[in-house]
Design a protein around this ligand. Structure first.
Ligand code: SAM
Length: 333
């Protein structure tokens, strides 16, 4: 049988986007994502090599995958991240390689990554307050993040997206200040609902309790009503975000609601874990093992097709079916 020229799942969704977690390791410990101590990292020898990641990507490019996002863990802690980008960007059919990062190592790497073919970066930024940044990330330095953003702009890694996970009692009071960043900067600030996965348990002293934390995108929008937000689009499409603009602003403000108004009906992606499993859905357990075929050099396409066929209609968080097998940092968010 000839290989299919594109990947379409049981629900007619075309799969053209691959998110790759290149490592589960991270140089920060954001409260909602990882516990403060005692994280068990995967053994380094279990991580796919740059060559193996490129092989999966090249196979997927043959059947219509065009966009790649590298994530983690923190993708920039991988010593061969520039090589990974260079390999992926040179694969025929891959139109865009982008990356999601906490920006702690971006100042040095933005230039080399752009030279290697990286197009854009998304940066996680949950607060503008230096002390709170340190508290939420458990040790992060917000000045390094701003220097990383400056380096990304200098390297033309644009348009820049800033992702904020909004938590009641922690940073929900900063929505207005974060949105204000878009007035004079061509940045796309996206406010994301907290998902009840990852480090969902007690975050420790000084943090809101579990039932206080969740705030819906409706509530977020209501809190920004004074800006008179107008519907907008971004140059790279809106993805899962509902996007608006403060009148006259250079950038946009987006809202992502994995819970209340989930966007599974438009899901166009697969996820590859750092240890070589394809995940049909971020929020439901269930994976296809590519490792043996990668090691043996046997065809990957039948397994990729199986992962596409296994894509569920949508996640089941509202039925309280949570992913338990892996942490967010292992899947890549
Ligand atoms: N280290 C990189 C970073 O900080 O952007 C990439 C990996 S991180 C797991 C990817 C994204 O997942 C981040 O924007 C993070 O805020 C988000 N994330 C992690 N846990 C989350 C949760 N429980 N709910 C919503 N977003 C979450």
């Amino acid at each position: 049988m000839d290989a299919p020229m594109n990947l379409t799942d049981r629900f007619g969704r075309s799969i053209n986007y691959l998110r790759i977690s290149v490592t589960d390791r991270c140089n920060l410990r954001c409260v909602y994502c990882l516990p403060e101590n005692g994280v068990q990292w995967q053994a380094r020898e279990n991580q796919l090599s740059a060559e193996e990641i490129a092989r999966v990507t090249a196979t997927m490019a043959q059947v219509g995958v065009k966009r790649i996002r590298l994530t983690g863990g923190e993708p920039l802690v991988r010593p061969d991240i520039v090589e990974i980008v260079a390999r992926l960007a040179s694969i025929p059919g891959i139109e865009e390689v982008s990356l999601t990062t906490n920006a702690m190592l971006l100042e040095k790497l933005a230039g080399p990554l752009a030279d290697a073919g990286l197009k854009r970066v998304n940066i996680s930024l949950d607060t503008l307050d230096e002390k709170k940044f340190k508290q939420i990330t458990r040790g992060g330095d917000i000045d390094r993040l701003w220097r990383g953003i400056a380096a990304a702009e200098e390297a033309h890694l644009s348009p820049l997206k800033l992702n904020t996970v909004v938590v009641n009692g922690l940073n929900a009071d900063e929505l207005s200040a974060l949105a204000r960043l878009t007035i004079e900067n061509p940045w796309h600030v996206r406010f994301i609902e907290l998902m009840p996965v990852g480090n969902a348990q007690n975050w420790g002293e000084g943090f809101p309790s579990l039932d206080e934390r969740y705030i819906s995108v409706h509530e977020m929008q209501a809190r920004l009503s004074h800006y008179g937000l107008e519907p907008a689009t971004t140059p790279m499409g809106n993805g899962p975000a509902r996007t608006f603009r403060i009148p006259g602003a250079l950038g946009t403000v987006g809202f992502i609601s994995p819970l209340g108004e989930h966007f599974c009906q438009n899901c166009n992606r697969l996820r590859l874990t750092a240890d070589g499993y394809l995940r049909p859905c971020l929020l439901l357990d269930g994976e296809i093992n590519l490792r043996e075929n990668l090691k043996a050099g046997t065809p990957l396409l039948p397994l990729i097709q199986r992962a596409v066929d296994a894509k569920p209609a949508g996640h089941e968080l509202l039925l309280q079916h949570y992913p338990e097998f892996r942490r967010m940092a292992q899947i890549g968010g």
